[in-house]
Design a protein around this ligand. Structure first.
Ligand code: MOS
Length: 715
């Protein structure tokens, strides 16, 4: 650990040392309460009713029999619900997903669309009545099938450009010594975090209170205020503990339905999603179909690169899984083309899911690079090192820091990559074929405007208040360490309070930007407070409070390409008689800025890598063409990697200090999953000689590839 001081970054203190979660004891003893279990007097319970048809109109909601059932208080639906404002600009300037703006129309755009809320005295009564509610539909034909040549596909980039391009692709490919031209697909994937979405809404003295589980309390406060035409100061949103978010815990149907019902009944109303409801109401990752074309000189230097991705959205909301964005940062070529397209279908709206774009995009391009390496006879690590760009390939901007070469060198050393025999299908351990694979990772690093207050109390302790969200990342603990260093006190004198919109505007827990954004605001407020206290003032009983706002500071940041980077390595064992793939070990080495708390940061990175194993081998939501719904939308039918699927997974990092951040942070939330599935697929190729371009690498795919005896699995 270095003790040098450079610029505004202080490199001594507790930042960079391991600390268990400050709320860890509360969580494991059950003292920490989650949104769905906080008690309220006079609480009523709402149960959402979802459409059973994939497209059409609600003809009738037969409320009378249900209203006569025990404990039932109300049935809200499009025929009686209050009108909402839905044409406002919400997060990142986007209008809200109509799936959250419940009961505004009789149109049903997909299976699992919210058509009613039944409210009753108990959850059991609400559920029984909701299941008894008869809804009649006028059905229409639906289309849920993502095909590469779908006529409704169109360019769309979300908040990024849909397409980028430079140079002559055909000429670049024609001049290349080796060319890869391949199509890769990834399936529909769901976050389905451990804690389901849950919200309780109530009116308290003319103010709307919402106790929720979300990734940003001031975000949800703003959305609800806009939707219900309220002043933001009349809405308070709290979200103290969150059992996972991964991009899914934004504005959703449960909060809006709870507010509607609480307003209607003038008593507290709680709405909790069931696990099955989450599979249509909580967002998910769209399936992707991607085409990658690479051409290089004999040494592997890229002359031509094309990455095209097609994803799927709902017919009511345009969310793009921007998978073709990875190459804009990772690799340059004279001819360089990327394109994200989307096709609206009669399916639930997809959304942000951990490393949106990068997770499926890195599977395609990092697999394609592995194919190129094999064709050229160049080592896959060496191929990537030879293609390290000087500046952002599309932006032309300098990198804030990159250090991808350091990640590969350190990773290769620790993994034991040197001397790897590139020949596929030649290593055996009993019935297992063994192989190793590698892939690069990157994810955007940034900071969003945030405010924080730090209060010095008369007893010598400090309280930090910031509307941050700890979705399991350890953000609360990281901010405790950051505040302690900025105040130059021990962390046990600092209490960090988060998850309350009354603490003022702050960045959401999203885009791997949460901890960096909040740490910046906390550092500024704490630093100013320390300077004031250094003057020898006596702290009055009410304390001394300093407030910060990073909006201005962020506005003066130099234009740079800001990303975290990483190198993933995997070793697999494949039983071609059963089709089973085991990931024996994985190593990820990351350049992800200053690591605030090694314990929780490693947890983030390893969690992402485990998700990569899951993506490579297990996860796949299968949509039934006839009904438009999913087969088995639950955690029995939707497979995820569990303990027995995960071998030795290690994550570590190289020195990488962001020079433009007061703490040196970049962000670790998402990069762990990026490249992980490609590393596993590349290892499977090395083990078996079969290239899997379609995820997940299921046993039946391994088996049919083995029996076909081919070099690539076709379906
Ligand atoms: Mo993340 S997918 O930005 O929560």
């Amino acid at each position: 650990m270095t003790t040098a001081t450079s610029g505004r970054t202080r490199l001594s203190g507790v930042v960079g040392t391991a600390h268990t979660r400050v709320e860890g004891r509360d969580k494991v003893t059950g003292a920490a309460r989650y949104a769905g279990e906080i008690p309220f007097a006079d609480l009523a319970h709402g149960w959402l009713v979802l459409s059973t048809v994939a497209r059409g109109r609600v003809r009738a909601v037969e409320t009378d029999p249900v209203l006569a059932m025990p404990g039932v208080l109300a049935v809200l639906h499009h025929g009686n619900a209050p009108r909402l404002v839905t044409d406002y600009a919400g997060l990142m300037g986007m209008t809200p997903d109509p799936t959250a703006a419940v009961f505004q129309q009789d149109r049903v755009p997909h299976v699992g669309w919210p058509v009613a809320l039944v409210v009753a005295e108990t959850p059991e009564q609400a559920r029984e009545a909701a299941e008894a509610l008869v809804v009649a539909y006028d059905e229409e034909p639906h289309d849920t099938e993502l095909t590469a040549d779908h006529p409704d596909a169109h360019p769309a980039g979300g908040v990024m450009p849909a397409e980028t391009g430079k140079g002559d692709l055909a000429a670049g490919l024609a001049a290349s010594a080796a060319v890869v031209d391949a199509e890769y697909t990834t399936p529909e994937e769901h976050h389905s975090m451990m804690e389901p979405h849950a919200a309780t809404a109530l009116w308290d003295g003319g103010r709307l209170e919402v106790v929720d589980s979300n990734q940003g309390t001031t975000w949800i406060q703003g959305e609800l205020a806009s939707m219900f035409s309220l002043d933001a100061s009349a809405v308070r949103v709290r979200s103290e503990h969150i059992g996972g978010g991964f991009g899914s815990k934004g504005l959703r149907a449960h909060q809006v339905a709870a507010v509607m019902a609480a307003t209607e009944l003038q008593r507290p109303v709680r709405v909790v999603m069931t696990r099955r409801q989450m599979f249509s109401l909580a967002g998910y990752r769209s399936p992707t179909t991607q085409r990658v074309r690479l051409g290089s000189d004999p040494d592997g230097r890229l002359l031509a690169l094309e990455h095209r991705s097609l994803s799927r959205t709902s017919s009511v909301y345009e969310f793009v899984e921007p998978s073709a964005g990875v190459a804009r940062v990772m690799y340059d070529a004279d001819a360089h083309y990327t394109a994200n397209h989307v096709v609206p279908l009669d399916v639930p709206s997809p959304t942000f899911m951990r490393a949106p774009g990068e997770a499926p995009g890195s599977f395609a391009i990092e697999s394609a690079l592995d194919e190129l390496a094999e064709r050229l006879g160049v080592d896959p690590v060496e191929l990537r090192l030879r293609n390290e760009p000087e500046v952002g390939p599309v932006s032309g901007l300098p990198f804030s820091t990159r250090n991808l070469d350091a990640c590969f060198r350190e990773g290769a050393r620790r993994f034991g990559w040197a001397g790897r025999d590139p020949r596929p299908g030649v290593r055996r351990d009993g019935r297992w074929l063994l192989g190793t694979g590698t892939a690069a990772a990157s994810f955007h690093s940034g900071a969003g405007p945030s405010t924080a207050t730090v209060t010095a109390q008369a007893d010598g302790t400090f309280t930090v208040r910031i509307s941050a969200a700890d979705i399991g990342t350890g953000a609360r603990t990281a901010l405790t360490l950051v505040a302690a260093d900025a105040l130059e006190v021990a962390p046990d004198r600092v209490r960090v309070r988060i998850g309350d919109s009354d603490f003022g505007p702050a960045m959401i827990a999203g885009g791997s930007m949460g901890t960096r954004s909040w740490a910046w605001a906390v550092t500024e407020a704490a630093g100013e407070l320390r300077e004031r206290l250094a003057l020898g003032v006596t702290v009055p009983p009410e304390g001394i409070t300093v407030r910060s706002d990073t909006t201005a500071a962020l506005g003066t940041l130099a234009q740079k390409e800001r990303h975290s980077f990483g190198a993933q390595f995997a070793e697999v064992a494949v039983d071609t008689a059963t089709g089973e793939v085991r990931v024996r070990r994985m190593l990820g080495i990351f350049a992800a800025g200053r690591i605030v708390n090694p314990l929780t940061a490693r947890n983030q990175l390893v969690g992402g890598m485990v998700w990569g194993i899951s993506m490579a081998l297990h996860e796949e939501a299968v949509r039934d063409r006839t009904s438009g719904g999913l087969y088995a939308p639950d955690l029995a039918g939707y497979h995820v990697a569990t303990n027995a699927d995960v071998g030795d997974v290690q994550a570590d990092w190289v020195d990488d200090l962001d020079p433009d951040d007061p703490v040196g942070i970049k962000g670790v939330g998402e990069i762990g999953v990026v490249g992980a599935a490609a590393a596993v697929a590349n290892a499977v190729r090395h083990a078996t000689g079969v290239r899997h371009r379609h995820l997940p690498i299921r046993p039946d795919r391994v088996l049919s590839a083995a029996s076909a005896g081919g070099g690539a699995a076709d379906a």
